[in-house]
Design a protein around this ligand. Structure first.
Ligand code: DX5
Ligand code: ZN
Length: 219
């Protein structure tokens, strides 16, 4: 089986049938639940918050990968730990004291992730790479599902893979936005470890088969 992890994004699920869609992921080859939290300030959209995450966690049987698209994420680190998050990813662009934020996430018992907007250079992570469990490269501008993949992401994945390997770090590379069967294999070839997929999975006729297809493509 593939070592590439597939993380379906619940943002594209049917919120009126959320338990059904959570069970669907439980019963699929997916590895993680990707949870997009948007505050309407850091990004021009509001998704859902703590009560919804709490109810997802009640039913979810796989790790919970939380992607915070919010300002001042430090204020909520403990809350997200208490809710059962496995990974907590904050945006580089939202953190003045990123090193401190990463330490706080780990002290709360979670894996620490950093997301980079499409314009943010991967080199900015060099001095903290050993402190990061997961880098989430945004392959769309954060805020919405269903956008098209930004091709420059391939260069960023390769550069980040080089940086991580050169520094001897164990950091995972996650790609978020516009992932489909058209780019999945090439992303893994370029060095990606985790693929997030929202619309491609949930808007397909058979999400379980779509997830299986992504696993096979990246095996
Ligand atoms: C975008 C979110 C993504 C989004 C991906 O801001 O971070 O996780 O749900 O959705 P698709 O796969 O539809 O681009
Ligand atoms: Zn996301």
């Amino acid at each position: 089986m593939s070592k590439t992890l597939i993380a379906p994004s619940i943002l594209a699920a049917d919120f009126a049938n959320l338990q059904r869609d959570v069970e669907l992921i439980n019963n699929s080859d997916a590895d993680w639940f990707h949870i997009d939290i948007m505050d309407g300030v850091f990004v021009p959209n509001i998704s859902f918050g703590m009560p919804v995450l709490r109810d997802i966690v009640k039913h979810a049987k796989k790790p919970i990968d939380v992607h915070l698209m919010i300002v001042e994420p430090d204020r909520y680190v403990q809350r997200f730990a208490d809710l059962g998050s496995t990974n907590l990813t904050v945006h580089y662009e939202a953190c003045t004291h990123l090193h401190r934020t990463l330490q706080a996430i780990k002290a709360a018992g979670m894996k620490a992730g950093v997301a980079l907007n499409p314009h943010t250079n991967i080199g900015l992570l060099e001095d903290v790479i050993h402190d990061i469990d997961l880098v989430c490269l945004m392959s769309v501008n954060p805020g919405f599902g269903g956008q098209s993949f930004i091709e420059n992401t391939f260069d960023k994945v390769m550069a980040l893979r080089q940086l991580i390997d050169a520094m001897g770090a164990n950091t995972l590379i996650e790609i978020d936005g516009g992932v489909t069967n058209k780019n999945a294999a090439a992303l893994v070839e370029a060095g990606a470890d985790v693929l997030v997929a929202g619309s491609y999975v949930f808007k397909s006729d058979d999400p379980v088969a779509t997830i299986r297809g992504l696993k096979e493509l990246t095996a």
